[in-house]
Design a protein around this ligand. Structure first.
Ligand code: NAD
Ligand code: WQD
Length: 347
């Protein structure tokens, strides 16, 4: 792929939270983007929003990434240079309830995609991995060489995919693959047009807080205040989704630096507790948001914070936004789209 950003990038899961922001970033940088999604966890309306926010050549095909014939047709139709693979199921609790669906949607889909890529002689891939693969760590910040200890089917799918990709690269030196292990993506596009709009009751803290702020939920249930952290609540490394999107573009730009599989954390290196996040969101929306402490959520760990050194050294990437900005942007999206993308009164 050329480094003047004139290539064609296939983005799977393009209508999703991180995928849509990454499409905007890639289009703005000059790439042509072909997005695919089956809208399992997203709305077709996202596509209009992407086209409003970014100019450039944005093509879209509705398909299931497990459908190899449909994927192959995309490779025949466009001169794909590289792939960013976001499409996956991502809810930890649900993965315990329906493990086979998770292995199919995450592992099988990745196997199929890599096979179709090889058939079309495309060997450049950026893969969505997760800090979830680290499990309960002994210390933070977490470097990439920390042993993986995935604790649930979701995080095992991500770990399995990483291992599959490493094996593929070991067998054929023509592959260039980067697995990005994201920490906790939050925030929204500053336009207020794109953001996080989970189906049903949010599993994650940020969309839950945003829905409390907009009046869709009464209060935040804080899962435990007896962790060994400064205020007793869980600490995470929240990263602005716009920064994360830029990290994908830089990972694409740097795929040619070395052959093989490499793994890079994308986080800020700064930890924020649940109560600190709630206070930052309260400041952003101008109202003290109610909360109630409830018992710990099973499977949660006290603190997960990235060591982001490798991303800086290998990609020249550093997160720009702090939690205050992430909350302001998330609030703007929620305020303008109180019921999410499918709200007729939306932007
Ligand atoms: P998301 O659910 O908003 O986006 C995923 C998109 O993939 C959705 O639009 C969904 O409809 C689509 N999709 C799912 N299965 C598909 C299939 N079989 N065929 C076609 N499309 C399909 O999630 P996100 O937060 O944008 O996450 C993107 C990726 O990043 C996922 O791989 C996720 O595991 C990973 N990740 C997310 C987080 C996070 O906290 N958001 C953290 C670490 C890693
Ligand atoms: C953050 C903090 C909770 C909800 C998840 C996935 C992980 C990765 C990132 C995909 C914790 C607390 C939460 C609530 C709360 N995703 N909390 N009340 O669990 O760090 O990571 O997203 O790869 O796989 O597990 O994120 O937002 O759910 O929780 O107090 O209603 O907020 O206990 O301390 P988590 P989260």
């Amino acid at each position: 792929m050329s480094t003047d950003r004139t290539g064609t990038i296939l983005v799977t899961g393009a209508a999703g939270f991180i995928g849509s922001h990454t499409c905007v970033d890639l289009l703005s940088a000059g790439y042509r983007v072909v997005g695919v999604d089956n809208f399992l966890n997203s709305s077709p309306r996202v596509l209009e929003r992407v086209r409003k926010v970014a100019t450039g050549e944005f093509e879209f095909v509705r398909l299931d990434v497990r459908d190899r014939d449909a994927l192959a047709e995309v490779f025949r139709r466009w001169p794909i240079d590289a792939v960013v693979h976001f499409a996956a199921r991502k809810a930890v609790g649900e993965s315990v309830e329906m493990p086979l669906e998770y292995y199919d949607a995450n592992v099988n889909a990745t196997l199929g995609l890599v096979g179709v890529m090889a058939e079309h002689d495309v060997r450049r891939l950026v893969f969505s991995s997760s800090c979830a693969i680290y499990g309960a760590v002994d210390r933070v910040p977490i470097t990439e060489d920390t042993p993986a200890r995935p604790t649930n089917p979701y995080s095992r799918t991500k770990w399995m995919c990483e291992q599959i990709l490493a094996d593929v690269c070991a067998q054929d030196q023509g592959w260039h693959i980067t697995s990005l292990r994201y920490f906790n993506p939050i925030g929204a596009h500053p336009s207020g047009l794109l953001g996080e709009d989970p189906h049903g009751v949010p599993n994650n803290v940020m969309p839950f807080i945003a829905q409390v702020a907009v009046g869709r939920r009464d209060e935040l249930a804080v899962f435990g205040d007896d962790y060994p952290t400064p205020d007793g609540t869980g600490v995470r490394d929240y990263i602005h989704v716009v920064d994360l999107a830029e990290g994908h573009r830089l990972a694409l730009d740097h795929l040619g630096d070395q052959a093989g599989h490499r793994v890079i954390n994308l986080g800020t290196g700064r930890g924020t507790s649940v109560l600190e996040l709630l206070a930052a969101f309260s400041a952003a929306c101008g109202r003290v948001l109610p909360h109630r402490v409830v018992p710990r959520r099973p499977g949660d760990v006290a603190a997960l914070v990235a060591d982001a050194t490798l991303a800086r050294e290998a990609l020249g990437w550093t997160a720009r936004s702090g939690v205050a900005q992430m909350c302001r942007d998330a609030w703007e999206f929620q305020r303008l789209n109180p019921a999410g993308y499918d709200d007729e009164k939306g932007v």
